[in-house]
Structure formats: C-alpha cells, structure tokens
Design a protein around this ligand. Sequence first.
Ligand code: ADP
Ligand code: MG
Length: 212
Amino acid sequence: MLEAKNITHSFDYLLFENINFKISPKEKIAIIGKSGSGKSTLLHILSTFLKPQNGEIFYNNKNLYSLKEKELIEIRKKEFGIVFQFHYLFNTFTARENIEAAAILSEREIDEELLKRLDIFEVLNQNIQTLSGGQQQRVSIARVLTKKPKIIFADEPTGNLDKVNANEVMQILSEYCEENDAALITVTHDAEISGFFDRVYELKNKRLDIWK
Ligand SMILES: Nc1ncnc2c1ncn2[C@@H]1O[C@H](COP(=O)(O)OP(=O)(O)O)[C@@H](O)[C@H]1O
Ligand SMILES: [Mg+2]
C-alpha cells in the first residue's frame, strides 16, 4: 500500500539515509526514536508534506512526489489522515464544528457512533478551549477518522495524554484500522505503547531497523 525506497534526508546535517519499508492494509507499525532523530521529518516525507532529498514513496504503486500537485492534494485530503502531536483544532469553534469541517472537506458523513465511542458526544457543542487536553486529542482523532482515511499517520498521538487516555486512543486507532482495512504509521518516543503494533522500528544512527 505504502512503500518507502531508499529515503535520505538532511537539513543542516544528514538526518537519515537509505530508509526502506512497506506497509499493507490493516498493518500497524510504529517508529520509535529519541527526540531529534528525525521521526517527525520522516512522517512528513511519508505523508505528502515533504519531498525527500533522495528516494521515493509509492502509494498504491504511484510515485507520490511525481504526481501532479492536484492529485497529491486529493490523496492528502481524502485518503491520508494525519494526527499531529499538537492538534491544530480551530480554537474558536465547537468540537462539532471542527469535525464538520473535516466531513465537508472529505465529502464524508459524520459517524455519530464514533463520537460516542470516543466519549466526546456530551461535549460536542462546547468550545474547543473549554475541553481538557485528553478531550481535545479525542476530537482531533474524530476529525481524522471522519475522513475515513486509508492510512493514518500519527506523530506522538499519545504525547500529551495520561496512560489511560493513551491506551484508549491507541485502541480506537487500532480498531479503526481493523474495521476499515486501513494502515497505521505512528512515530513516537514512547516505547510503552509498542504493544499495539504489528512491527516496531527504531530510527537510530541515521538508520531504520526492526526493534521488535
Ligand atoms: N524544517 C526544518 N529546517 C531545518 N531543520 C529542521 C527542520 N525540521 C526539523 N529540523 C531538524 O531536524 C532534526 C530532526 O527533527 P524532527 O524530525 O522533528 O525529530 P523528532 O521528531 O525525532 O524529534 C532536528 O535537529 C530539527 O531541528
Ligand atoms: Mg517529532
């Protein structure tokens, strides 16, 4: 479904080189690594936001960075779902309005069941600013899943959550993948959540190796 071939990238210095991996529908993989090792950069490269200096990303056998801008944006809008560490919700809107925006952009219906499962149904009409950190993170996950993405890219999705909330969020993302034949790529420094994944890689010494 998604294949990275010989990815190399540097900013001021070489971040990583010759990174290769593949992910298939329903698979859940994690990439762990220390802060500064290049995890977020790698996730941006995989998810259409940053063209790597070397190497290619294939999505369903299409070379992502040789697509026309319009096709790339379509994929980003409808097929890729990105969960950021800091959620970028619209702060002056209610939770429901934030989710509605995603539904409109991706031309999908809001799944009310999902909102109940995420335990945000009761707070949908509240302003984002009045929600707790955990609730805000769950709204941002509802927003991403509303798009019905084929691949979810998550950057430290549990970074701001306590253990109970962290497990719940990982559980919901895992179930979504099972039920929708979707794939999940998570980057995190939190090795504690590694039990949720089929494969865990480590980004270390500029390389990506199997961790477990
Ligand atoms: N747009 C950028 N321009 C220059 N340097 C960057 C940019 N983005 C990240 N970096 C640098 O690349 C390194 C890796 O960053 P990042 O991918 O965010 O690592 P991680 O997510 O593993 O903490 C850091 O030293 C960071 O300062
Ligand atoms: Mg990061």
